[in-house]
Every structure is written in structure tokens, then in C-alpha cells.
Design a protein around this ligand. Structure first.
Ligand SMILES: [Cu+2]
Length: 229
């Protein structure tokens, strides 16, 4: 175990990843077709400053508009699979957030500033007496479903993986898909409305955790709980 941890730290510098493509309800996109191209599309490196403007969608183009990126028509409740390129290399939680585009605005023109984000999904690690294991380790995808009770309309869908291999120095890997949801029953109840940046602090237990030693007995990802239908 200690050997594996050391090895992952030694090779960490070059082993990063992006989320450039997504499959929703069986529709697969090509890279950066409906996902805003990220600033790390070549370097694949992480965001390391939780107060960075990039924490929203990590766009290469921070000013917008994002009209060169398409909008994917999807059904509420559809299964979602983001591609990790290359596969996720670091241990840590995976999370998904939505932000609903205001009436009268188009998603390709919207920067999602302010308290507009809500968490729709996160995974859970497996914890034993001598290790904590996150389900997306070495995974080529991040998989979850859209809530079935979303209101119809355009959203930004933000997928995130937080790498915790370097204690006290979390790394953020993320991207945002532009989607247009229909077929939902409505009535989704967010657990809280969040801003990116702003939702996370380095002192959050889920970000300051040392996952190697002593092995945590519990783990709570940052950003609060997931909402519900
Ligand atoms: Cu890395």
C-alpha cells in the first residue's frame, strides 16, 4: 500500500486528464462538440486555486460567448457518461452539478456566475481499516443519471473530479456540457445553490483530507449534499 501511494505521487506530475466528450441517453459526442473547450485541453493539468474563475467551467475562452460549442438535446432522467481522456489517474471523488440558464438567455451566451449551481450526484468511497478507495480510480468514464424531475430548459452540466493524492493540495479536473433538457416532471429540490468559485474552501474536510495516513474513517465531499426529486 505504501509503495503504491509513493508510486502514484512520483508519476502524478504528468498524469492528468480532461473530460472532452459525453454520452447522454445513448447519444455520443466528439471531443469539445458540446463541452466548452477547457484551458487544459492540451496540458490536461488541474486547477489548484479554489478561488479561480476557472472553477466554473475551466473554459479556455473565459469571456464568452461559447457559440462555437453545440447544445445537446437530452431527456430528463437520461444516463450520462463523461469520457475521461486519458482515464482518471488520481484518487478522489467525482461530482456533477447543474446550473439552469435564466429565461431569455441562451446557454452559449451564459457564464454561470453567481449562486446558480446545484449538486445532482456524487460518488462514495469504500473505506476499510487500511485504505480509502474511490470508484473512479483508473476509470475511463464518470457515470451517473440526470434527475427525472428537472424543469425543461437549457443547463450547464458540470462534471468534476477532485484529486486528493497530495494532502492539502487538491487538484480540480472539470468541464461543462451545454444541454437542453426536456421530458422532466419538474419539482427538483436542490440541497443548496452554490457559486463557482466560492462553493469550496481549502479548509473543507473533503479537500484537506489526507487519504493515506491516518486512513480516514469517513469522507464527505465538498459542495454539500445532493438534491432530490
Ligand atoms: Cu495528474
Amino acid at each position: 500500500m505504501k509503495t503504491a501511494a509513493l508510486l502514484s505521487m512520483v508519476t502524478a506530475a504528468t498524469a492528468h486528464y480532461t473530460f472532452p466528450a459525453v454520452t447522454i441517453g445513448g447519444q455520443s459526442t466528439s471531443n469539445w462538440e458540446v463541452i466548452r473547450q477547457t484551458a487544459n485541453h492540451q496540458s490536461t493539468g488541474p486547477i489548484e486555486d479554489v478561488s479561480s474563475r476557472l472553477m466554473s467551467c475551466y473554459e479556455l475562452n473565459t469571456a464568452g460567448p461559447w457559440s462555437d460549442t453545440g447544445v445537446l438535446d437530452v431527456q430528463a432522467g437520461a444516463s450520462v457518461s463523461f469520457t475521461s481522456s486519458p482515464p482518471i489517474f488520481h484518487p478522489g471523488p467525482a461530482l456533477a452539478y447543474l446550473a439552469k440558464v435564466p429565461e431569455g438567455t441562451d446557454v452559449t451566451q451564459w457564464d454561470a456566475s453567481g449562486a446558480v449551481w446545484f449538486k445532482i450526484w456524487q460518488d462514495e468511497p469504500t473505506i476499510s481499516s487500511d485504505s480509502i478507495t474511490f470508484p473512479t480510480m483508473d476509470s475511463p468514464t464518470i457515470d451517473f443519471s440526470l434527475p427525472s424531475c428537472l424543469e425543461s430548459g437549457q443547463y450547464l452540466l458540470r462534471v468534476e473530479h477532485i484529486a486528493l493524492h497530495s494532502a492539502g493540495a487538491p487538484q480540480f479536473y472539470l468541464s461543462c456540457a451545454q444541454i437542453n433538457v426536456s421530458g422532466g416532471s419538474g419539482g427538483y429540490n436542490p440541497a443548496g445553490m452554490l457559486s463557482f468559485p466560492g462553493a469550496y474552501s481549502l479548509s473543507d474536510p473533503g479537500l484537506s483530507a489526507n487519504i493515506y495516513w491516518p486512513v480516514p474513517t469517513s469522507y464527505t465531499a465538498p459542495g454539500g449534499p445532493v438534491g432530490s426529486c
